[in-house]
Design a protein around this ligand. Structure first.
Ligand SMILES: Nc1nc2c(ncn2[C@@H]2O[C@H](COP(=O)(O)OP(=O)(O)OP(=O)(O)O)[C@@H](O)[C@H]2O)c(=O)[nH]1
Ligand SMILES: [Mg+2]
Length: 654
């Protein structure tokens, strides 16, 4: 039986949908766990998951009244009940839009929304949320009779006056058709119910199929919900014509107004030419009948602007009878199996394509957005790493160089300091030698020797001799001291030059120092002595020695004065000579110490740099992993989506 195929298709489709659901859910959960989700992505994925879970397949049956919609639904879906389930009779039967579905949370029932809700605010969707608005009749699944009796209520009417009908928006009093519908007493029969919901555990309905049966005769236009919502949302629309009436003006109007505009490429739309049994003229041959049917199909197709292949000729009534009686030949003749096959083939792949499309769109958006985010993140981190690595490379070199240089400088300076200290020893020795010659003690010794020599000599020759000796000695000392001073200065000049060249110390020109003026002073004093001796002492005979002695003492004290001056000046010079060197050495030592400290600090900073780079490199790993995972999850979803589409229903049912 064809409906079994439809069930199989549906089951297959449900499995596919579940696989997609699980993988989309995995994407959502992963994004969440990785903290990569934002409000919009989360909303889109949740909406998609909601749609996948709530997934319904809506098939609407639309036609002018009495074309056999209800009969066709009975024949396709309810023949197992071996009688009419939905009421089907001549004239207007189904009075309100009727949805057949299965909701496991509710008992099987017929729920009816009273027509007077038309004057109340709210759409059908709003009323669906308000259980109290509906009149509910349970369905006894064990009794087909009871069930069809209950469903007869779909045909319930109500006699109201024209004003009430108008208030419900059901008639237009100026309309010709309305005038004809009015009874002699001015009343008019209107539908008792506005909408019907049939909760019924049929295998297909259990899988999510929702069948929408609609009433004919302008009823479509009076319920905006139908035209605005239910028909556009239907995944398949079956539009019925009847062979006995042909294509009427109102058929074309319904087609053009409500069906043709809502058809999309991904939506199934089937035109059914019903009641072909009316053409089964027993006086005609099979071929003649077939030709007649083909002719009607062709003319109907032309009138609706469709290819004839999209028009399916059937006899719903004979098909129902054939199924109930298990009459294979009649079923074949009713041509219903052809329509069912077309429905199966069009309905599910179309639906699957729709779901696949919208799933893919939502997933793609989220994946692309997240990929972009991760790629930007990766690039930013990579930039940082590059920059820090460049810095590190540079720093490494610089620091290496600085360390080497600082150490070299330190070592060199230490060698310099050794030299400096050695020099200080030499300096000290020389100063000592200088002091011995120039020092006051040396002078006093000379004075004492001279005084003794003079006391021993009673002749002027001897006196003169002693004094000359004194002057020679003193001058010799001054001369030797001047030499030492020259040596010291040369040594210090060389030292300053060396420190300036080797350690970058400021070039200092050591002050000059000369004993020349003291030697000149001594020469002057000697001249004075010579003059005196030649003029005065030469002539003295008595007390000459005392006089000379006194003169010498005066002279000696004068010489002491000169020496004292020379000494203090020399000491000052010595200080001035060594002080700048000591200051500079101290300063240089301090600078070296600071340099080493700062190099150490930079070195420490390089270590934190390494840590930071390591951190960033770890983040690169994380982000790369995230990108890989995202691609993998996306691939899994794509696999799930594509898998079934590559194996269309046709291939499996054929
Ligand atoms: N001869 C014949 N009669 C049919 C066929 N299909 C339906 N009918 C009859 O046509 C009449 C109308 O059928 P319904 O199923 O009530 O038609 P409908 O389209 O649902 O009409 P409304 O509910 O009024 O909109 C009923 O008496 C059916 O028995 C068919 O294939 N052949
Ligand atoms: Mg009907």
């Amino acid at each position: 039986m064809q409906s079994t195929t439809l069930v199989d298709e549906f089951e297959h489709y449900s499995t596919w949908r579940e696989a997609v659901y699980v993988r989309v859910e995995a994407l959502r959960d992963w994004l969440d766990a990785q903290e990569l989700s934002d409000a919009e992505s989360e909303m889109r994925l949740n909406q998609l998951l909601g749609r996948l879970q709530e997934d319904k397949l809506n098939v609407a049956f639309v036609a002018e009244f009495s074309r056999g919609k209800s009969e066709l639904i009975n024949a396709i879906f309810f023949s197992d009940y071996r009688q009419r389930v939905l009421p089907s009779s001549a004239g207007r039967t189904t009075m309100c839009p009727t949805e057949l579905f299965f909701d496991p949370l509710h008992r099987p029932s017929l729920r009816l929304l009273p027509i007077d809700t038309k004057t109340r605010e709210g759409s059908i969707v709003d009323f669906k949320r308000d259980a109290d608005a509906w009149t509910e009749f349970p369905l006894n699944l064990d009794s087909a009779e009871e069930m069809s009796a209950t469903l007869m209520r779909l045909a319930d009417t109500l006699d109201v006056d024209a004003a009430t009908a108008e208030a419900f928006g059901l008639i237009n009093p100026d309309d010709e058709e309305t005038a004809r519908s009015l009874e002699r007493d001015g009343s008019i029969a209107i539908p008792r119910w506005r909408h019907a919901l049939i909760n019924f555990p049929h295998p297909l309905l259990k899988q999510g199929l929702v069948i929408l049966d609609t009433p004919g005769l302008n009823a479509i236009g009076t319920e905006p919900e139908l035209t605005l919502n239910m028909l556009p949302n239907a995944h398949a629309v079956l539009f019925l014509l009847a062979a006995d009436t042909g294509v009427t003006r109102s058929d074309i109007e319904i087609w053009r107004q409500y069906i043709a505009p809502v058809q999309g490429t991904s939506r199934a739309r089937l035109v059914v030419l019903n009641k072909i049994d009316g053409l089964w003229d027993e006086l005609k041959t099979e071929a003649q009948i077939d030709a007649e049917i083909a002719k009607q199909v062709a003319s109907s197709a032309v009138l609706l602007g469709l290819p004839p292949s999209q028009v399916y000729p059937v006899s719903a009534q004979k098909a129902l009878v054939a199924k109930i009686r298990n009459d294979g030949a009649l079923l074949e003749k009713s041509r219903l199996p052809g329509l069912e096959a077309a429905l199966t083939q069009e309905l599910i792949p179309c639906k699957q394509a729709l779901v696949s499309e919208s799933s893919q769109a939502a997933v793609e958006d989220v994946v692309i957005k997240t990929t972009e985010l991760l790629e930007t993140r990766l690039a930013t981190i990579q930039d940082q790493v590059d920059e820090l690595q460049g810095l590190r490379g540079k720093n490494r070199d610089v620091i290496q160089h600085m360390m080497v240089k600082a150490n070299e400088d330190k070592q060199q300076f230490e060698r310099g300091l050794e030299q400096f200290n050695a020099l200080r020893n030499v300096f000290a020795t020389q100063v000592e030698a200088l002091r011995q010659r120039l020092g006051m003690e040396a002078l006093r010794n000379e004075v004492r020797h001279t005084r003794q020599a003079m006391e021993k000599s009673h002749f002027s020759v001897g006196l003169r001799e002693a004094m000359s000796h004194f002057f020679r000695q003193v001058d010799g000392n001054l001369d030797a001291s001047a030499e030492t001073i020259k040596e010291i200065r040369a040594m210090m000049t060389a030292m300053y030059q060396k420190f300036s060249d080797e350690h970058g110390l400021a070039a200092v020109n050591p002050p000059d120092h000369s004993l020349h003026k003291y030697r000149k002073e001594m020469a002057r004093l000697e001249r004075i002595f010579d003059d005196r001796f030649n003029t005065v002492f030469k002539m003295l005979t008595v007390g000459q020695s005392q006089l000379t002695a006194r003169f010498f003492e005066t002279l000696a004290s004068k010489v002491v004065q000169v020496f004292e001056l020379a000494n203090s000046e020399t000491e000052s010079w010595l200080k001035a000579l060594i002080a700048p060197m000591e200051t500079q050495v101290r300063e240089h030592k301090l600078q070296l110490k600071r340099r080493l400290e700062s190099v150490s600090r930079i070195h420490a900073a390089t270590e934190t740099l390494d840590e930071r780079i390591a951190e960033l490199e770890a983040s690169i790993g994380t982000v790369s992993d995230q990108l890989d995972n995202l691609a993998r999850i996306n691939l899994r979803i794509a696999d799930a989506l594509a898998d079934e589409l590559n194996k269309p229903a046709l291939a499996r049912t054929a």
